[in-house]
Design a protein around this ligand. Structure first.
Ligand SMILES: Cc1cc2nc3c(=O)[nH]c(=O)nc-3n(C[C@H](O)[C@H](O)[C@H](O)COP(=O)(O)O)c2cc1C
Length: 161
């Protein structure tokens, strides 16, 4: 079964998690990025990213390749921003609503301690589903890497088999 991991990562933690899952499962990595990058340092980073998440923005994305017909499963991997789904993922879902219908769906969420329950619930609502095939939230898996996170990623992949 072919899987796509659609991810956004500002500072590398989600990229680390997405790559780890791709390595274990052979999934394709599809990185999405906003056309206009968010500030990635200092106060501006939290102010503009947080505001955009709270406002429910859907920023225009740089061109990406996603042929929905190729995939049976899509894993969304994104950092939590202000307890919410990161805006570029919101754009992707809106642009691919038809293509995502009937796919197996999973979520891999990174945060710095606030938890993944709320953003995953929001993701489900955006996707119009009540269940995901697998879900995992991790605290900064690259910046604060430890063996328990690698184990959790391994278990997440097993849940997809
Ligand atoms: C704008 C912004 C808002 C954030 N909001 C939250 C939050 O509400 N809860 C939380 O636990 N972490 C929050 N974080 C931390 C990130 O979710 C976390 O560090 C994540 O691992 C970063 O992933 P990345 O390195 O792939 O960008 C926020 C980070 C940014 C930049």
């Amino acid at each position: 079964m072919k899987t796509a991991i659609v991810y956004y990562s500002m500072s590398g933690n989600c990229q680390y998690a997405a790559k780890s899952v791709a390595r274990r499962t052979g999934a394709d990595l599809i990185r999405i990025e906003p056309e206009k990058a968010y500030p990635d340092s200092g106060f501006k980073k939290y102010f503009w990213g947080g505001k955009s998440a709270v406002m429910g923005d859907m920023p225009a994305l740089k061109p990406y390749e996603f042929d929905a017909d190729k995939y049976e499963r899509v894993i969304f991997c994104f950092p939590v921003w202000a307890g919410n789904v990161t805006p570029p993922i919101r754009t992707f879902i809106s642009e691919n609503r038809d293509g995502l219908k009937g796919k197996r769906l999973a979520a891999l969420v990174c945060h710095s301690g606030g938890g993944g329950e709320k953003p995953i619930a929001k993701l489900k609502a955006m996707l119009g589903v009540t269940e995901l095939e697998a879900e995992l939230d991790l605290i900064d898996p690259r910046d604060k890497s430890d063996s328990s996170k690698d184990k959790a990623l391994e278990e997440f992949c097993k849940g997809l088999e």
